[in-house]
Design a protein around this ligand. Structure first.
Ligand SMILES: *Cc1c(COP(=O)(O)O)cnc(C)c1O
Length: 373
């Protein structure tokens, strides 16, 4: 699904030098590399504050803690996504309220959000799934109307750009009150271990979240609030600082592979290519087909036999996960998410795909569809 080795070899010198500098300085925690990377990521994203943390899940948790939400407060999130979003809501004693997604873009459906708002709703957490922004203009308007916070889960979408109807452009993660991202190795900007970051333009929130990520501490050994221990370590920051200047090339390489896939499958009625969200670029963390009127799992098996990995992101919506079963929800309540879970198939997507590999993948997919449908 990903080829991190080839990507490393192209910038080996920079990465090795950065890691060596950390070892030589012995500043493994809160070292200069972390400060440098933070500044470079602020410049890249346009976020006023970047707060480096231990991983993307922590970023989401610290964001919700920073907003001061109380047990029983409701947080709206899509049911078709990775578990982390609802997990941190549940861990904090907040109430996850899930909503359905749009069939074409697979992102949060705004009308479903509107219907899910109650007097207890405090925040909306849109997920920019697979690398393109949710409908942020409508989500921000809805949030403003109902005095809600918006925390963007931009773990899959760093570098995606959203254009508002007045022409202003913002990066994924810098539109809501807070944005969160992950540097998990296979993410679009990945380190060599765990890492994450929080974005905000709000000075007060930034100071509070920075303290929460550091045991609730502002002055050393004085704890003003309950916090956690979550930091990006210096070695990971060195890797990220070497990769950040290449992020736009990485995105372009993914987009090029996506265009190849799009063209190969455009005319096939069994393979629906990913729908594009109006006003957002797509950075293709995943290239996800919807396989309709054909046996998705059989196709996946056949591809595996030919040495082509294909993955199902995500096979079970949140409201059907064992740990999150809730009497408020039953099968059929979120028909689009349930249908997607049964038909999505993500193809190999990374920065190193060449035409030969893409031709091999697409011809095998098409051969199976043509001989089995
Ligand atoms: C990867 C991911 C996360 C969690 O990030 P980690 O760094 O693995 O904790 C959260 N949300 C989404 C949508 C993700 O893809």
């Amino acid at each position: 699904m990903v080829d991190l080795q080839a990507q490393y070899l192209r910038i080996k010198q920079d990465i090795d030098t950065g890691i060596q500098q950390v070892i030589d300085s012995a500043a493994f925690i809160k070292g200069q590399k972390v400060t440098d990377f933070q500044a470079h990521l602020e410049a890249y994203t346009g976020a006023k504050h970047v707060i480096p943390v231990g991983n993307g899940t922590d970023a989401l948790q610290i964001a919700l803690m920073g907003l001061g939400l109380q047990p029983g407060d409701e947080v709206i999130t899509p049911t078709f996504t990775f578990i982390a979003t609802a997990e941190v809501v549940a861990l904090l004693g907040l109430t996850p309220v899930v909503v359905d997604v749009d069939w074409n873009t697979m992102n949060m459906d705004v009308e479903s959000v509107r219907r899910a708002i109650t007097p207890r709703t405090k925040a909306i957490v849109p997920v920019h799934l697979f690398g393109q922004c949710a409908n942020m203009e409508a989500i921000m308007a809805l949030a403003k109307e109902h005095h809600l916070y918006v925390v963007e889960d931009a773990c899959q979408a760093i570098g995606a750009r959203y254009t508002f109807s007045d022409g202003t452009t913002r990066q994924a993660g810098t539109i809501g009150h807070i944005g969160c991202t992950s540097f998990f190795p296979s993410k679009n900007l990945g380190c060599y271990g765990d890492g994450g970051a929080i974005f905000t333009n709000d000075d007060e929130l930034a100071a509070k979240m920075r303290a929460i990520a550091n045991h609730g501490m502002v002055v050393r050994y004085h704890h003003d609030m309950i916090g956690v221990n979550s930091r990006l370590d210096s070695i990971q920051a060195a890797v990220l600082d070497a990769k950040l200047p290449h992020l736009d090339e990485y995105i372009a390489a993914r987009q090029k592979a996506a265009v190849y896939y799009d063209q190969a499958f455009a005319d096939n009625e069994r393979l629906l290519i990913p729908g594009r969200q109006a006003h957002s670029t797509h950075v293709f963390h995943q290239y996800t087909l919807r396989v309709v009127g054909a046996n998705r799992d059989a196709l996946r098996e056949q591809l595996a036999e030919r040495g082509i990995p294909a993955m199902i992101y995500y096979p079970v919506p949140l409201h059907q996960q064992k740990a999150y079963i809730d009497s408020r929800y039953k099968e059929g309540d979120f028909p689009v998410a349930e249908k997607l879970a049964a038909c999505v198939l993500s193809l190999p997507m990374h920065t190193e795909l060449d035409e030969e590999q893409l031709a091999y993948i697409t011809s095998n997919v098409l051969e199976w569809v043509n001989s089995n449908c």
